[in-house]
Structures are given as structure tokens and as C-alpha cells.
Design a binder for this molecule. Sequence first.
Ligand code: ACM
Length: 508
Amino acid sequence: MFPELLPQPRFVSGDSGAGVVLQSPLHVHAPAALADTVAVFASDLANAVGWDVRSSDEQSAIIVVRVDESMPAEGFALRVDGRVDITVATATGLSYALTALRQLGPVELFGETLSPCPEWRLPGIDLVDEPRFEWRGCHFDVSRHFFDVATVCRMIDLIAMHRLNRLHLHLNDDQGWRVEIPAWPRLTTVGAYRSGSPVGHEDEKVQDNVPHGGFYTAADIASINAHAAKRHVQIMPEIDLPGHAQAVLAAYPEFGNGDEPLAVWTHWGISHNVLNVEPATLDFAEEVVRYVASLFPGSPVHIGGDECPSDEWAASPSALAIMEANGFDTPGELQGLYTERLGAALQADGHEVVAWDEVLDADVLEGTIIAAWRNASKGVRAARRGLDTIMCPEQFLYLDVLNSDEPDEPVAISPLPRVTTWEKVYGFQVIPDELEPSLHHHVRGSQVQIWTEYIATRDHLDYMTFPRLSAFAEVVWGSATAVEDFRPRLERHLERLAARGVRFRPLD
Ligand code: ACM
């Protein structure tokens, strides 16, 4: 119905009224509580087309915003009938309404640099919309390759343009620790830098020997959070423990299981060097994770928990003694000590806790949200245990996978035949058929994953992310239909991304 809108509305619009022509200066009337959101819109228009947005009384306004608290939190009503009327419950709803409104105008409205736009013609419109899922996310690995604050903020802008509302920052891994912890300075003085990275695919075993690193200070995190708040995006930090911890062990070897000194890892894959399970190490993990969480007030916090090999614990007399003292049958269950300890501390501090689905193999606190990545059935398993889940199965939503089977695709995480086309992403179903309807409420939503072993630059980040993220946006908004129906909307949307300077992968 609206080929310009991506995501398209979930609900069919009513009868439309008379169109309008918008011009600069644009007179907007909005409640004072929504002034910040109008100011962001004004600054976007000023940057893209040089327009002047002025606040005015209702009679002379061409855009009139009203609050109706009975509307859904992220919903909006948009009516064009001689003027533009927007009704919302929250600033987020207004932000989405204004994004939709811009999509109904010329592509220049999304420009990265100033272009002329004498007028903006809108047809008569009457639509009401709201997302189906509250968790509409994008994960971003800033450990394997570090991306600066400006790139993270640009990513926030781009996901907000798709009405996604969460950015999950993967802040540590074997190859780098990315957030400064004043009480544990070596995490960044040592753990944030590695001596080199693989050239081409890891399997080729060639190294570039070029140092790589970087980290965010508390001030950097504050500026990322402030930018995200402006765009109605919540940042979820992840500290991934007790596996994926080689950068921690390079900084503080006493938290490991062996005596050999370790360097921040220069390979991709899963390091077998993991944290030990001594009380002092759990104390350290709790202190660090709580500190990181404190930099993200009110945000959910992801405690990782994926791919933690237990062979070091199986070979450690001290770990085996702790296993026995806890009544565990296998060393793998020792991971539950981390999941429960970190989860309880964060919940006590008022954070929701998210973890990768492997934690289901050991003790998990009530209320832990499971990020189902290995397959959708892990989300079903979580829901059947009474836990909420975020669906992020690698078969559909991992954007580090090849975009196509064409021979000139740049090297990606897995070789052919593993391919994830945008069409495949578009075909993803957030709620799996096998999940009983009575448990559907446990599915909070879904997110795409951008792991960056093979993504080192901003241009390549764009190439791997778009247009697959654009296809995902419509899926998780809850309005996806058939690929043939979506394609013209996507083509139009790519013009906006091009105007915004995004180096997306062409459709064909
Ligand atoms: C993961 O991909 N290891 C969560």
C-alpha cells in the first residue's frame, strides 16, 4: 500500500484525505515533552536539505503532534488530510512516525550531505502502526575488530532508521578487551591490543603481524549512550565469560587454569584458555561485570556464556574439587557458577540479564533471557523452561556469512555452501512453528548478529550489514510478506541508504 515505507505498516490504512506540500520553514506543533525528538528531526532536516523547522501554535502548524497515552508505547498514528497529524504515546512513537513521514518524502531527506529539496509532497494518508516485537536488535562485535565511537554512533543512526531499538555491543573476546576498567587497568593496557590478525581465512594460517586494538573509556560509553537515547535505541553491553577470555588471561594470568603466559589471541576461533572457577576469579568477574553494567544504567546486560570448552577444568584438580563440592556430574556444569553469580549480581543491581543459549546446559537463574543462536529450538527450550528468549539463530541471522554463492564475494566466516542471502533473512520466522501458542509470549523478539572476524573496515561493515538488516527490520517489525512484494520497497529504501552514504551490497 505504501511502497515507500520500510518496514511497511502492519495494519491496512483507512480512507486517505487531502495531500499536502511541505516546505521550509516547516511549522511543527508538539507538546513540550516531545521537544527533544522534534529537535532531532529538525537537525536531520537541516543537515540533509537545509530546512528550517520551527515550533508554532496549532493553528499555523502544518505538522501537529498529540499525545494519547492509550496508544501502544512504540506505536503511532499518522494522518495527512490538509495537514499532518501525528498521535503517539511516547517520544519513541514520535520518532518512528517522523521516520515514516520522511520515507514518504524525497530520498534527499535522508542525505548525508546537503542537497536541495524545494518541497516535500505528501499524499493523503491514514495509518496506524506498531511493532509486533519489543526486542528488535542488532548485535555488533567490536572485539574482533575495534570500531571507534563515530562508527558505533553511525550504526545507531542506521539501525534507528530501520526502527530497530537495541544495539548489542560485544565488548570482549579472545582477541581484545574493549572497555576501560579503572580497578583492572591491564584489561585495556594489555588486553585491548593484539600483535596481529589472520590474513584471508583463518584456515590459511597466514598472519599480517599488524598490531590492532582500541577501547572505550567511560566517557566514550556515555557519549554512545547519549547518542543512542536521542535515536531511541538502547545499548546492551556484553561481557562474555568464562570462555572467550584469552584477552583477560593475557592481562591477568592468575585467573586462568595453567602456568603458561598467554598473549591476546591473534587467531579466530574458540580459544581453549578459559577462566578458572576459583572464588577469587568469580569475585573478579562479578566486580568487572557490575562495573560495566553501571556504565549502562537501566540497560539489560549480556553475560555471554557461549562456546566455553571445559577441557581445562577437566584437567584441573582444583576445578574438579569445586565440581564435586557443588555436586556437579560434569566439568561443563561449572559454567553455571558464572551464570548464576553474575546473573544474581546484575539482577540485584536492577539489570535484566541475557545469555547465549549454552547456559541452558547448567544452572540458570529465573528471569535470565536466552539469546537462541545455535538454532531456533534453543529458544523453544528456553520458553518451555519458563524463560524469555531473543531469537537470533545463526542459520538466518548471522551477517558474517557469505551474501551469495558468487565467486567474487569477499572472504567470510564460513566457506560455501553456507550462504545467507537477504531473501533468506526476509524469510525468517521469529516465532518457530514448534512453539506452543501458550508460550509465544516468551519470545521477546529477535536480532541480527554482526561478528567481525572478517569485517575490518566501515565499508565492509556496510556491505555485510545491508541490505540484510533492512530485510530483517521488516521481519521483526512483524509486517513481512512475500519477497517479490518486498523487493520494490527494498529498492526504494536502498536509494535512501545510498543518499546516507551506506556502501551496501547491491541486490544482484
Ligand atoms: C556465538 O555465535 N558464539 C554466540
